[in-house]
Design a protein around this ligand. Structure first.
Ligand code: ADP
Ligand code: MG
Length: 705
């Protein structure tokens, strides 16, 4: 999004950075390599990542560990060289009238040593740390104390930089000085990128002022307004791009009008096994609005594990079938497809609808029959795995395609489903239990409509989660025994990842044997990725039927499996799983009326992140809260799909921290498109200009959905 590529015509922003006063070719080359700064425009967009208060000085007695950066004025009492070799360090003992502290250097010792004459006073700036009872500061920045009497900026910007740049005097201060030269040169050329009406409505600073304030804030208030303005702009253009994609698609793709509710009413009256939750009802209404609109539905339904997505899917199928269309539901594994089939068949049969299952293991003869029924239109419900995507699977009139647990499927695979109806693309419902924070969903799936089932069916007892160390294993076994005696079933899950596959497999097998020894009288099942599909299925079915009491497995059971009688989930090496994966696994229990438990087993030594993950899980069952923590721990860049979504273009806005602003920006973009879908109005010229400039660098958005 740099100005370099952003402007068609060469402008002052394209000027190579070496021409800036005080930069020159050598520093320019370093700026290119180290920070990707090539032009004036790039430097202008190298925003500070933090600001330091340089107007306040603290007394040593007032230091505090929570403080990130402080300034103290102190006099040098004694300087000594301590330690040997790699542990060598230079320590300056300093004092003010309230106390003493130490300044420490591990690098550049000989150079610093010369700068520390006894008795001289300096301003030291850095992070204070307490060692024993003594305050110290490592590698403080230093200035002569006389500088304290000058007027010092309250908000000194801090820029990211590197060691190589620092060695060339392009430390944070150096970059700030470069910007001091740059801003007066370019200030009046900085174009306004948002329309006046939006600036007014959201009370945003103009672009020029925002750019000046972000680098040289004159007050805390103006700084925060500058940050707000620049973040808003980034979100606004991100959302505008996604919304325009959606508009384009809606214009192009007609959808069958599926509005007949007769079949659904019959189901509601006579067969609905439970009262729907308010959230289920709301999502069903949202889908209904889409399906009868004449436009193709593209909706993502997000619902935490156990929130009842399957019933919502079935009801949307009834809407489609009631209007004469066929439906299909694709699941990521055979186990899941089977389970959907077993679960939905009774309802379908009661309504007199035929329903079929198609997976890799469907027999040839059965396939033929199935293909014929599909082509004739006599089979309204087809469930299955990606076998549904095969060429031979031809519908008479596919009206609704549902994809369960979408993150297991690639976009290309989904696109094949769309193609199964040439006349009208089928309505599409994508269901996922991977909770994504709303802000991220808005962006990752910004071109889909999103519905959220944010409520669990009544009467569910929240799963109790505990964290236990490996040494507590015997107690955990005792607990398992107790639950089995009450008639419950148990999952014990082991990690298995590709990188350490053979070791993990051995771990699983060892675990299995010790469990078998501990529970000699209970039949066990084992399921792992290395097994043949039919063997896996066989074991799974034994567990589903209650023939086996303990299921020892890898994460193949992560998604969707529903055994209401299973009430305990033990996760081995829990520290090796990601947060959302742990949450998914835990969601396999808590599906029946009984109190359920999740036991996270781990070794004793844990990294900080692992500990946060396990603590989060113990604290809450709320998938969205968990997703938020996950986002904060990992950052959006690591989450799936974010690479293509434009999130990585964000320079200053942060999806995990600036959620309210994202919502505002999306509203603004939506309103703009409502008023002026093709951006023809003269007052929207800045928007059009900005978009066409961004296109030059944009990834191929149309591929992403
Ligand atoms: P998920 O959203 O994880 O796919 P499921 O659709 O498998 O959840 O539903 C989990 C369980 O909750 C199933 O046994 C289902 O029959 C049950 N269920 C769904 N909706 C309700 C409801 N409104 N009231 C009671 N039980 C429900
Ligand atoms: Mg499900």
């Amino acid at each position: 999004m740099g100005y370099t590529t952003a402007l068609h015509l060469a402008t002052i922003f394209d000027t190579r950075i070496e021409y800036l006063r005080g930069v020159g070719p050598q520093k320019a080359e370093l700026l290119n390599k180290e920070l990707g700064i090539f032009t004036y425009g790039d430097l202008l967009q190298h925003y500070p990542f933090r600001y330091e208060d340089r107007s306040t000085f603290l007394k040593i007695s007032a230091l505090h560990e929570e403080l990130e950066h402080v300034q103290v004025i102190a006099r040098i009492k004694k300087v000594e060289l301590l330690g040997m070799g790699a542990k060598k360090r230079l320590v300056a003992h300093v004092e003010d009238e309230t106390g003493e502290m130490e300044m420490t250097w591990f690098k550049g010792i000989s150079w610093i040593q010369k700068k520390l004459p006894l008795g001289a006073s300096y301003i030291f700036l850095g992070k204070p740390a307490l060692f024993g009872k003594k305050w110290s500061m490592a590698h403080p920045e230093m200035e002569p104390s006389s500088a304290a009497s000058e007027s010092r900026p309250k908000f000194q910007p801090v820029y990211s930089t590197t060691d190589k740049l620092r060695a060339r005097f392009l430390d944070s201060r150096g970059i700030s000085r470069a910007l001091e030269s740059l801003i007066p040169l370019v200030y009046s050329h900085i174009p306004e990128t948002l329309p006046q009406e939006i600036l007014q409505q959201y009370q945003l600073l103009g672009k020029q002022e925002a750019m000046r304030q972000i680098h040289f804030p004159s007050s805390l208030e103006l700084l925060s307004r500058a940050r707000k303005r620049l973040k808003f702009e980034e979100f606004f253009y991100l959302q505008l791009r996604l919304l325009r994609m959606k508009v384009t698609r809606m214009e192009k793709s007609m959808g069958q009008v599926l509005s007949n509710t007769q079949l659904l009413t019959e189901f509601y009256k006579h067969h609905l096994p439970f009262e729907l939750t308010q959230a289920q009802k709301r999502v069903i209404r949202e889908m209904y609005e889409d399906m009868r609109s004449g436009k193709q539905m593209n909706r993502l339904v997000q619902g935490d594990v156990g929130s009842g997505k399957t019933m919502v899917a079935f009801i949307s199928m009834l809407l489609a079938i009631g209007s004469g269309a066929q439906t299909c539901l694709m699941a990521p594994t055979e186990i899941l497809a089977n389970q959907h089939f077993e679960g939905l068949r009774p309802y379908a049969e009661r309504l007199g609808l035929s329903i079929a299952l198609l997976t890799g293991s469907t027999k040839k003869s059965a396939r033929k029959e199935l293909h014929e029924a599909l082509a004739k239109g006599t089979l309204p419900i087809l469930l299955g795995t990606h076998a549904l995507l095969e060429e031979e699977v031809q519908f008479n009139n596919l009206g609704l395609a549902i994809v369960d647990e979408q993150h297991r499927f690639g976009v290309a695979q989904r696109a094949k489903l769309w193609a199964k109806n040439e006349l009208y693309q089928p309505h599409v419902l994508v269901m996922t239990a991977t909770p994504i924070p709303r802000t991220l969903a808005m962006t990752l799936y910004g071109d889909l409509e999103v519905s959220v089932i944010d409520e669990l069916p009544a009467g569910r007892k929240p799963i109790q989660t505990v964290h236990r160390y490996d040494k507590d294993r015997l107690k955990v076994f005792g607990f398992i025994q107790q639950e089995i005696s009450k008639g419950r079933q148990i999952y014990i899950v082991y990690p298995l990842i590709e990188e350490s596959k053979s070791l993990d497999l051995k771990n699983l097998m060892d675990g299995y044997e010790s469990i078998a020894r501990a529970f000699p009288h209970h039949p066990l099942s084992i399921v792992h990725g290395g097994m043949k599909a039919e063997d896996k299925d066989y074991e799974m079915q034994r567990f589903v039927k209650g023939e086996t009491k303990i299921m020892v497995a890898t994460t193949v059971i992560e998604v969707g499996v529903n055994v209401p009688n299973a009430s305990v989930m033990v996760i081995e090496n829990a520290e090796r799983f990601g947060l959302s994966q742990l949450h998914q696994l835990r969601g396999r229990v808590g599906r029946g009326a009984e109190q359920s438990y999740c036991v996270l087993m781990s070794k004793y030594e844990l990294s900080r992140d692992s500990r946060v993950r396990l603590e989060t899980l113990v604290r809450t069952n709320d998938g969205f809260e968990i997703a938020d923590v996950d986002l904060k721990l990992r950052g959006p860049g690591d989450l799936m799909g974010t690479q293509q979504s434009g999130i990585t273009d964000l320079l200053i806005a942060d999806l995990s921290k600036d959620a309210p602003l994202l919502t505002l920006a999306r509203d603004a973009a939506q309103q703009l498109l409502r008023e002026d879908p093709s951006l023809e109005l003269p007052q929207h010229a800045p928007v059009l200009r900005q978009i066409s400039q961004q296109k030059a660098t944009a990834v191929n958005w149309s591929r992403i959905g």
